[in-house]
Design a protein around this ligand. Structure first.
Ligand code: GAL
Length: 633
């Protein structure tokens, strides 16, 4: 597979006289892709119904003349101001009932049918005009669904659409009342039109109601995206991508991905470390200028799964960003390392965000490959190094992994809906396990929750999956390798009730969770073998083998054959032991890597990435701070 670099560019931000030189410099740098267009609706259609494509024709033609391939973004994340005159009620409404105003971006409600009509119109006009343009080699739908907390809306449009969704799903209010358990506080409905949205209730809303609303909201993103892909495909054969985000679980990315050809994501390692990660102050200090050593890799593996093998970085951090609590400058070398790590995990392309730093508006403090005065910024030369290095290595894909880790968006909603303890966060739990696997140098594939065949994976993990799907349960029953399910797996029915017989109900494993408890972080549950359970523990009755036991006598890890249930959230010490033992039983070789050093195999090479601010001696070489080292396999 050919690996390429690209950049995000906004021709509408710069005088046209500058485009030619910009394109020439991008080509000279060795870039392949230029993503444009995703925020330019007001330039494409300055007044309703009057399109102005001339400037975009010329921009695409200028880039194409220099051999660059265009990723054309649909501009539906930034409806122009006039759109609000057409649809005054198109704004999303927050949980407090306040509309979210004009003046930035993403000011729309996924459920507003009138706005969807205008989206279909602009996408069709673009696809008709550029669908066969030889320089338009890929499409991007919208921009970062869910960014700025925009999936859940409590608007009249959402309410009407939610009632329809409920009517279709449950067919009768009796069925809905039964499914949700509405008898509990006399919450029964007689008509679908009486159903409200689960905000502004006196105390917590029924969790089944909240979960239904979350599923509905996710489905709205899926159908909003599908509206666009269906139109584009009528006029173009170019692949279609969307740029997803880091640690965003508000909609089911696998469902959206089913309508796309490529999954891409926007990787801002320093912003994420500062803004989206639970970690100690020491960890945040140590990795301040490099990012967490596993967070990028996790998303690479996740989006490889969402893209069914095809994935990109659509936006790569090039220097300080503007939006995190603290915005440090990356350590020299990181703009190169991040790109190489993506390629090792199988990325087809890495596009830096953005070409030139904007001297105006919201993101003027956000770095680009060029400074606002067009002088190269440090990442420019690091991108050049990557281009040269790519030319010296054979084309390659990522290696098939030995470990499969299930990731399920509905479980993220489930445990947000009913955390039962402040620290029980689904993403945090799965990422904690992922980090443990990476400390052991393992290659990981993330698996969707309906995976039906596990036979390729000697080791499979499914922590926190609220409801195990039928295909996954059948695959676990047939699995000949090792698997670890839990904590808190198979703990709810699809309609968010407690199943009876009690969880986890795993094929061939006699285990019953009779009680769960959540705990403050300074109250660990010590294990006999060392380390602790933290945040969450379950008390289980079992006749199975007990592989780990708490000091108070309760089983912590139970097994029968290769199938295991983990009855709590292990700390790092306990997790390392549990995973090392599981790998031993699975016949997998592991090596405990030094802090901040990570490993990933492509199908031809083994790569090491040094996220540390200091050099590390490993594999017989010195890997400098922010260094990448590879050897042929
Ligand atoms: C992304 C977004 C870009 C830009 C960038 C800044 O979330 O897609 O348009 O805002 O962040 O880091």
């Amino acid at each position: 597979m050919k690996r390429t670099l690209g950049v995000c560019y906004y021709p509408e931000h710069w005088p046209e006289a500058q485009w030619e030189e910009d394109a020439a410099r991008m080509a000279a740098l060795g870039l392949t892709w230029v993503r444009i267009g995703e925020f330019a609706w007001a330039r494409m259609e300055p007044v309703p119904g009057r399109y102005d494509w001339d400037w975009l024709d010329r921009a695409i033609e200028t880039l194409g003349r220099h051999g660059l391939k265009v990723v054309l973004g649909t501009p539906t994340a930034t409806p122009p101001r006039w759109m609000l005159d057409r649809h005054p009620d198109m704004l999303a409404v927050d949980a407090q009932g306040r509309p979210r105003g004009f003046g930035s971006r993403r000011h729309y409600d996924f459920s507003h049918r009138g706005y969807r009509g205008d989206c279909a119109r602009i996408v069709q006009a673009m696809a008709e005009r550029y669908g066969r343009n030889p320089h338009v080699a890929a499409w991007q739908t919208d921009n970062e669904y869910a960014c700025h907390d925009t999936v859940l809306s409590y608007s009249p449009a959402a309410l009407a659409a939610f009632r329809d969704w409920c009517a279709q799903r449950y067919q009768s209010t009796d069925a809905l009342n039964r499914a949700w358990g509405n008898v509990f506080w006399s919450m029964d409905y007689d008509r679908f039109d009486d159903i409200g949205l689960p905000n502004l209730t006196v105390t917590e809303a029924n969790p089944a109601h909240v979960m239904a609303f979350r599923r509905f909201a996710s489905d709205e993103v899926v159908s909003f995206n599908r509206l666009q892909t269906e139109i584009i495909r009528r006029f173009s054969d170019a692949p279609i991508a969307h740029n997803y985000m880091g640690r965003i679980t508000d909609f089911d990315h696998f469902d959206v991905g089913a309508d796309l050809d490529i999954a891409s994501w926007d990787s801002y390692p320093l912003g994420f470390l500062s803004d989206r990660l639970e970690a100690s102050p020491e960890h945040k200090r140590r990795f301040l200028r490099q990012g967490d050593p596993d967070l990028q890799a996790f998303h690479h593996d996740l989006y490889r799964a969402v893209g069914r093998g095809r994935w990109w970085i659509m936006e790569q951090q090039p220097g300080p960003v503007n939006w995190a609590p603290y915005n440090p400058d990356p350590l020299p070398g990181m703009a190169r390392l991040w790109a190489w790590e993506a390629f090792a995990h199988g990325a087809e392309a890495v596009c830096y965000f953005r070409w030139r730093q904007a001297p105006f508006a919201q993101e003027q403090m956000h770095a680009g490959l060029l400074r606002p005065d067009s002088v190269p910024a440090p990442a420019h030369d690091e991108a050049m190094t990557v281009v040269q290095e790519l030319a010296g290595l054979p084309d390659q894909g990522t290696a098939k992994a030995d470990v499969g880790l299930v990731f399920d968006y509905a479980s993220a909603w489930a445990w947000q809906t009913q955390p039962q303890g402040r620290d029980f966060d689904y993403f945090r739990l799965v990422f904690h396990i992922y980090k443990g696997l990476r400390r052991l140098g393992l290659n990981v594939d993330i698996l969707p929750p309906d995976t039906a065949d596990l036979s390729a994976y000697p080791l499979v993990l499914a922590p926190g999956v609220a409801t195990l799907s039928e295909p996954l349960l059948a695959a676990l029953a047939a699995h000949r390798g090792q698997s670890i399910i839990g904590p808190r797996s198979n703990a709810k029915t699809v309609e968010f009730a407690t199943p009876v017989p009690l969880p986890p109900n795993l094929p061939g494993l006699d285990a019953t969770v009779m009680r769960v408890e959540s705990l403050p972080p300074d109250v660990p549950v010590p294990l006999v073998g060392g380390g602790n359970l933290l945040h969450w523990r379950e008390k289980v009755e079992t006749s199975g083998d007990v592989l780990e036991r708490a000091e108070d006598g309760f089983a912590a890890l139970i097994g029968a054959g290769g199938l295991h249930y983990l009855a709590g959230w292990p700390d790092e010490t306990a997790l390392d032991r549990i995973l090392t033992a599981a790998c031993g039983r699975a016949g997998l070789q592991v090596e405990m890597l030094p802090e901040g050093l990570r490993r990933r195999d492509s199908d031809t090479h083994r790569f090491w990435f040094n996220y540390n601010p200091v050099a590390v001696e490993w594999a017989g070489v010195t890997i400098p701070a922010a260094g990448v080292h590879w050897v042929a396999l």
